[in-house]
Design a protein around this ligand. Structure first.
Ligand SMILES: [Zn+2]
Ligand SMILES: [Zn+2]
Length: 302
């Protein structure tokens, strides 16, 4: 099933950039969480994440069209090779608040008493606190007194940014000189996917942790420092035949998850990442630091 919009669907050259499809981006993720949950050691968590992805899908369908930057801003971004919707600097429309309200309300029926209390606490916080949390998350700074709330705030920000990046025509985006940030919103990649789209089997795309945009990157190269294939290594859990691997770099000692979607078409980078935390422990033990943030999971917070 086609789940993404290629920048040049009829071209014989592969797209350099693939935008998320608002109709399926979160619903296919929810399906994948539901597929992964039964019999998994983290089954309850993955089931909750399925409900979260469903809530994101519903919130996205109801979001009002966002305020977009003017033509001069877009032209400047193009000229200077900058992401046109830079998440760290673009003023945020309060529309993302309504996405957060919707996500929180949709999760109430599935929540146990502890998480219901957390949902209520977050819902009651003033907008300035939400904005302060958003600023930290978009800065990939997961510290601070409100860290327990970050995954749900990030879920609403993802809804908002998927709508934002898909509100501009694909021509608004161009490949950047730096390959380790999203060409649409400037955020870090969560990891990368091989076989991201039916038309691009065998090619590798980095995927934005925030807006889900995918951009073409060279196979066997470090997403953080660009080191080539003689410096990267591959890891998987022994005996695990799943589609998730990790690609580590001996140059900068980081690692990123690598999803072999060519092996499992229903796989989703965000969902399969959270279902493969054992792989993160393996890489941590081997002395590598995680390079790609999963905004829905703050290590050390439940
Ligand atoms: Zn992005
Ligand atoms: Zn590296």
């Amino acid at each position: 099933m086609q789940d993404t919009i290629p920048i040049a669907p009829s071209s014989s050259t592969p797209p350099t950039l693939i935008l998320p499809s608002p109709a399926t981006h979160f619903s296919q993720r929810a399906d994948r969480f539901e597929q992964l949950a039964p019999g998994h050691a983290l089954g309850d968590f993955l089931q909750f994440m399925a409900a979260l992805a469903r809530a994101q899908h519903a919130a996205l369908q109801q979001l009002t069209p966002p305020a977009l930057p003017d033509a001069a801003h877009l032209e400047r971004a193009r000229t200077h090779g900058m992401p046109p919707l830079a998440a760290q600097s673009l003023p945020r429309d309060a529309a993302w608040h309504s996405a957060l309200y919707q996500v929180l309300d949709a999760l109430v029926p599935t929540a146990n008493s502890a998480s219901a209390a957390l949902l209520a606490e977050l819902r009651a916080l003033p907008a300035e606190r939400w904005e302060a949390m958003a600023a930290r998350i978009l800065d990939t700074d997961f510290s601070g007194p409100d860290a327990r709330h970050y995954p749900l705030v990030a879920a609403a920000l993802q809804v908002y940014w998927v709508q934002l990046v898909t509100s501009l025509p694909v021509q608004a985006y161009a490949p950047l000189d730096v390959r380790n940030v999203c060409p649409a919103c400037g955020c870090l990649p969560l990891g990368s996917v091989i076989g991201a789209h039916a038309d691009v089997t065998g090619l590798r795309y980095a995927q934005c942790a925030l807006c889900g945009t995918q951009w073409n990157v060279t196979r066997a190269s470090c997403l953080a420092c660009g080191a080539g294939e003689d410096r990267v290594g591959y890891h998987s859990i022994e005996g695990d035949t799943g589609p998730m691997q990790a690609e580590s770099c001996d140059e900068c000692h980081s690692y990123f998850k690598l999803l072999r979607r060519d092996k499992e078409g229903s796989a989703d980078l965000t969902a399969d990442d959270l279902a493969s935390l054992a792989l993160d422990m393996l890489l941590d033990d081997a002395g590598f630091a995680r390079g790609g943030p999963n905004l829905l999971f703050v290590p050390g917070e439940s």
